[in-house]
Design a protein around this ligand. Sequence first.
Ligand code: XLS
Ligand code: NI
Ligand code: NI
Length: 440
Amino acid sequence: MVKKEFFPGIKKIRFEGPKSKNPLAFKWYNPKEEVAGKSMREHLRFSIAYWHTMKGSGADPFGAPTWMRPWNKSNNPLRIAEDTMLAAFEFFTKLGVDYYCFHDRDICPEGETLIETNKRLDKIISLAKKLQKDTGVKLLWNTSNMFSNPRFAHGAATNPDAHVFAYAGAQVKKMLEAGLELGAENYVFWGGREGYETLLNTDMKRELDHLAMFLRMAVDYAREIKFKGQFLIEPKPKEPTKHQYDFDSATVISFLRKYGLEKYFKLNIEANHATLAGHTFEHDLAVASINGMLGSVDANRGDLLLGWDTDQFPSDIYQTTMAMYIILGQKGLGTGGLNFDAKLRRGSTDLEDLFIAHIGAMDAFALGLKIANELHKDKVLSDVIKNRYSSYDTGIGAKIEAGMVDLKDLEVFILKNGEPKQVSGKQEMLENIINQYLVG
Ligand code: XLS
Ligand code: NI
Ligand code: NI
C-alpha cells in the first residue's frame, strides 16, 4: 500500500534563526539549544490538541465549516478516524512536536451502544499505539468528552440524574484504560458542563459532593489498574455553563482540599480560562505553583475585547515570558507540558496555516523561555522582591513570621516607633527593565 501523505509539499520544519523570511521555519525554537542546562525541547514539552488541530472545522454559530481537510474525504466515519490519526502523526513529526492530547470522541465517533463505541475505540487506540511506536511521539494526556453528547446537557458527574453520572463513569473508566495502554503521562478533567445555569433548579452542595465522589472513583480505578499518569484538573470560570464549578486555580484547590483529594491532583492552567476568570495568565499559574499544584499548561491566548474562550494561538511574548518565568521558577512542569489548546481563525483556510500557527506559538514560547531565564539569572525581579520584604528578615518582622508576637506586642512596637515610612513599589521601573530584556 502506498503511504498516504496529507501535507504534501511540507517538509520537516527546521530552525533557521530570527532573520529567516521562511514562514515554514522556526525563528527562535531551536530544539537542541541549551537553556539553563536543558535543551529547549526538554523544557517546553510542546503538545498538539487533537480536537482543534485535527478535528476543528472552522464552523461557528453563524456559519458552516471553512476548513476542507484531506483526511475528511471518506464517506465512512471510521475511515475518517483512521485517516485523521495518520494525518495527525504526519503533522506531529513534520512539526517536530513530541506530544499530543485527545478526548475519546476526537479520535473516534460514538457507536449505538457503549460496547460498540468501545470496540471502535480499541481499534483506533491500537493504531495510535503503533504510530506512537513508529514515530516516538507520546501522549501528554487524554480525557473524556462528557459535554458534546445531548445526554450530558445537564452535566456529567454533577448531573441531577444518577443514570448520567453512571454513563460518565463508564466513559472515564475506558479512557483511563486507554491512558494506560498508550502510556499517557497525565489524565485531564476539564469541567465540561459541570456547573449550573440557575439555582432555581440546582442543589449545588449535592452536585459538588457528587463531583468529588466521581474524582475519588477515578483515583481508585487508576490505582487498581496501575495507571501512573498525573491527574490534572483544568479550571475554567464560565462556558459552557454560566457558573462552572472549577472556576479558577484558587477555587479548584479549595475544592480538592475540602474533599481530601489534593494529593492526587494538580492543575492544568489554560491562559484563556485565566483571563475569562478576570485574572492574568500568570496569576493563575502562580496560584497553582505556590501551592505545589502547577502540573501542565494549555497554551493559548484570549482576546481582551471578547468575553469567551477564543482559543487563539499564543503570540504575545510578554505573556509567554511571564508564564515561563513561573515555570522555570518551579523547575519545570514535571510530567506536564505546553499543550496548544488553540485554533486557527475561521478565515485561515490554507492547510499550511496549521503549521504557521504552531510555528509562531512555539517560537513565542522559545523566546519566552530564553528571556525568562535571563530574568532569573540576573535576579532582576527576585532581588527587588526579596528586598521589598526584607523588613520581615529581622526585628519585629522576623518575630511576626516566627509567630512570636501578638497584637499587644504590635501596639508596643508602634507606640515606640510611630508611623511607617512610605516605600515605592517601583512598578514602572520594573516594567521598563522587562522591556529592555524583551527587546534584548
Ligand atoms: C475547553 C477546554 C478543553 C480542555 C479539554 O475550554 O479548554 O478543550 O482543554 O477538555
Ligand atoms: Ni483546555
Ligand atoms: Ni478552553
